[in-house]
Design a protein around this ligand. Structure first.
Ligand SMILES: [Zn+2]
Length: 199
């Protein structure tokens, strides 16, 4: 499973910090809660597009000896299953949906990309907005707004997008733009969950 690696800094600083496996080593297994030693277990790689970065980042993995499961530490500037960084997606959504700029103008806030990618983010954000409003009510008062999309944006702005993402992903296993089909409701494969469930 993935958990978040809280990180305030540039992508380059994140890459430098990764060389030390003790940095951010989780203190217990998030899946079986065993407080047993865990070992660094390599990395996986993924693409990331940020304002000043477009390339491959490494994500550190740990293995829990007690239950033989792995956990990976996704930096919190990245969203699972999306190439663009949280900051890039947030700026696009604010420009298009809150400031009501055109799709072209909103897309120009992001590193060059096909406009269809922005449409895809908007479609997913709309579908997820009521869920976000309900979840974020734990952090901030729901703002008066004409619809769930506007309310979710106002709540994300008042909470801060990174803080909101940490809470959504870390505490309630909610994806800012919704999990891809097949990974709902909590981002884990259905087969994986049922295999892990007690008989
Ligand atoms: Zn475990």
């Amino acid at each position: 499973m993935q958990i978040l690696h809280p990180f305030a800094g540039s992508v380059q600083q994140y890459a430098e910090q990764l060389t030390d496996p003790d940095c951010r080593r989780p203190g217990h297994c998030p899946q079986c809660q065993a407080k047993r030693p865990l070992t660094a277990h390599g990395f996986y790689t993924r693409t990331l597009i940020d304002a000043a970065f477009d390339g491959i980042i490494r994500v550190r993995r740990y293995l829990y000896q007690a239950c033989h499961r792995t956990v990976s530490l996704l930096p919190d500037f990245a969203l699972p299953y999306l190439r663009s960084s949280l900051a890039v997606i947030a700026l696009f959504l604010i420009t298009r949906l809150l400031a009501a700029q055109t799709l072209q103008s909103a897309a120009s806030t992001a590193p060059p990309m096909p406009y269809q990618r922005g449409q895809f983010w908007i479609r997913r954000f709309r579908a997820q907005s009521a869920t976000l409003c309900a979840a974020l009510a734990a952090l901030t008062n729901p703002a008066p707004a004409p619809d769930f999309v506007q309310r979710a944006l106002a709540m994300l702005e008042s909470t801060g997008w990174i803080a909101a993402h940490r809470f959504l992903f870390g505490a309630v296993r909610c994806h800012l733009l919704g999990w891809p089909r097949g990974l709902a409701p909590d981002g884990r494969r259905a087969a994986f969950s049922s295999a892990a469930a007690p008989a």
